[in-house]
Design a protein around this ligand. Sequence first.
Ligand code: HEC
Length: 109
Amino acid sequence: MTYLSGQAGYPLVLVRLIFPVCLVATLAGCSTAGMSGGTSLPDMDSPAAQIFVSRCSACHAVPHPGRHSYQGWLYLVPVMEQRMAERGMAPLGVEDREVILTYLQANAR
Ligand code: HEC
């Protein structure tokens, strides 16, 4: 953000206005735009969906659960866990994996 303040004449008011909006939008749905086509996730307000979003949007837009069958997710989630390990990220752990897979199962294709 520092590069913005370095630009002479940049309307700071605009930055102040836009920044919080972006932050909220990122949390709520901006990050879902890529893979889910801008549609919101099923049960967006549920704790499971929140865990899904927080764990699955670190490297790419959060994918829509309907993108794959449950079988597909059973294959893909361990691959993603491998990607997390490769980047030194904390593993999902038994609990989060369970929550995420249950959420995916309920909303899979
Ligand atoms: C550490 C970074 C990282 C995290 C965290 C991550 N992914 Fe990924 N994801 C990737 C990468 C890298 C790819 C590109 C394909 C590959 O390398 O396997 C990808 C690709 C995908 C794809 C596209 C592949 C396809 O066939 O549709 C889906 C869907 C996906 N990830 C789902 C998830 C889910 C679900 C989670 C949470 C459990 C997750 N990702 C968390 C790195 C990550």
